[in-house]
Structures are given as C-alpha cells and as structure tokens.
Design a protein around this ligand. Structure first.
Ligand code: PAF
Length: 279
C-alpha cells in the first residue's frame, strides 16, 4: 500500500480511475474505520483512505492539539484491511492559505444537535470533505453512521452540488459491551470506560419508549437526560428525531411510526461521546 502526502502526486497516481472508493478519516483508527474500508472494498475499485486531523471542525477549546496522531500504526491497520492507498496531507498541503471559502450547510441542519454545541463543526467538516473529494475524485465515499448528523449533512452536500459521488453510510461498530467504537474512547480512564456504556443504554431506553403515547417526546428526552446526569454525566442532548431530516417529529408522526433516531451527546469527565440508535 502506498502513502501519499501531496495532492499532485495523488492526482497523478489516481489519473484515469473512475471507480475509486474513499474513506475519509482523522486517523487514530479502530475497527469501526476498518469496517468502512471493508465496505469500500465491496465496490470493486481501488480503495483510498485519507488521514487528516481537520482543524476547521474543532472549536478553540476542543482536543485538536491532543487528538492522537498515529500514522505508522494507522498505515499498518489499513494495509491489513485491504486499503490500496493512503492520502495523508499535512496542513500546509491541504490548507496552504487560510481556508476562507467554506461550504455552509443550510441552517436547519448544522445549527441543531452537534452544531448547537459545536458551532462551525458542520461547516468545517463539509469544507474538508468537499476538498478531499476534489483531491481523490471518488465514485463512492463511505462514512460511519455513528456520526449520524455528519452523514446526513455530507449526503445533502453531495446531492445539492451534484457531486459525482455516492455517499454511503455504514453501521456503527460496537465493543462487546455495546459502546460505539470511537477514537475518543481512548481518552477514558478505566472506570470511565466501564461507565461509558450508560450512553448507549440510555439511548436504548429512549428508543424503546419512542412510541410511548403516555408521555410527550420532550418528557421522554428530559427523563433520559436526567437519568444520565444522575450518574455524573453532563449530557448535551438526548433526543428523538426524524431520520429523514433530523428535525423533531410531531406527536402524530411519532405515534404513527415515522422512522426515528435517538441521538445522544454527553460528556463523561473531560470526554465528549456521541451515539445514536434508530428506532
Ligand atoms: O468523521 C471524521 O473522522 C471526520 O469528520 C471527517 C469526515 C474525516 C472529516 O474530517
């Protein structure tokens, strides 16, 4: 497997390829990322993964500086998973000048959920993915469903800009106890790691009551947040949303079987975890 750091060399290497399948990552890879590579492999063309920690999608107080950079280990893992090429630009290569042109998703999506707590996250993510798409020019790009809102926003961007790339979502990979795999799980201490399964459990409980007509949605959500807070978490949000646009369902929709997703974001100590369960 080849590791390429420059856009020019990448374009040269991929010239004439029309079936490239792409897995964008920020590195520090785990089994969840490798499952995306395996999904990409099914598509028949060469598989390209990118590794780039994207400053634009971090807030100033967030973990950009301490985000683990583990290129050598990542390359080994990608080789084992059948990736053909890694694109690992440094900041000067991808952002040689301040990136003042940005992709701004419509307010309804980035200002809710993650965007409410991490303003700029969706714009920063979309901007880098648009730029990576220009570099790699894939036919298919695979994203994890764990970042449910990101997947929706990127799919919307590809659709509205008529990008010639099919955006595919792949299922969340979980540890044996149910915790969604995430690079940020590595920040958890031992007792926090045990406690962390309370987030998927709270989402399971919320999802199980999604059609409960005895309580309004807001009450179900408040109960789920309070239960997590009582265990020492600082929940940002636990909420039931329509899968199609991530907006809150009306009570009629909720009770009539509208496809929903229970989304959660909460801090355990210094670590912010997100997860979701479709229901
Ligand atoms: O999901 C991620 O790891 C990042 O948000 C992505 C898509 C690689 C963009 O930086």
């Amino acid at each position: 497997m080849q590791v390429i750091h420059s856009i020019t060399e990448l374009r040269h290497r991929l010239a004439g390829q029309e079936q490239t399948a792409f897995v964008p990552t920020m590195g520090n890879l785990h089994e969840g990322h490798l499952s995306l590579v395996r999904e990409a492999r099914q598509r028949g063309g060469p598989v390209v993964a990118s590794i780039f920690v994207n400053r634009l999608q971090f807030l100033p107080h967030e973990d950009f500086d301490r985000y683990p950079r583990t290129l050598a280990r990542d390359v080994e893992l990608l080789t084992g998973a059948g990736c053909d090429l890694v694109f690992a630009p440094d900041e000067a290569e991808l952002y040689p000048e301040p990136q003042t042109y940005k992709v701004q998703p419509p307010a309804a999506l980035p200002d809710i959920l993650e965007g409410e707590f991490r303003p700029g996250f969706c714009t920063g993510g979309c901007t880098v993915v648009m730029k990576l798409f220009q570099c790699v020019q894939p036919r298919v790009a695979v994203f994890g469903q764990k970042d449910y809102q990101q997947l929706k926003v990127i799919a919307g961007m590809a659709r509205q800009f008529a990008l010639p790339v099919q955006v595919v979502g792949a299922p969340t990979v979980r540890a044996d106890d149910g915790l969604a795999l995430s690079s940020r799980n590595g920040y958890l201490g031992q007792s926090e790691r045990h406690e962390a399964i309370a987030l998927p459990q709270a989402l399971q409980a919320l999802a199980a009551r999604a059609r409960d007509g005895r309580a309004p949605r807001e009450a179900l959500e408040a109960e789920a947040m309070a239960a997590l807070a009582a265990r020492g978490w600082a929940p940002d949000s636990l909420t039931l949303r329509r899968r199609r646009d991530l907006l809150p369902p009306s009570e009629a929709e909720r009770l009539a079987g509208e496809p929903l997703v229970a989304l959660g974001a909460a801090r355990l100590g210094a670590t912010r975890l997100i997860d979701n369960i479709e229901c």
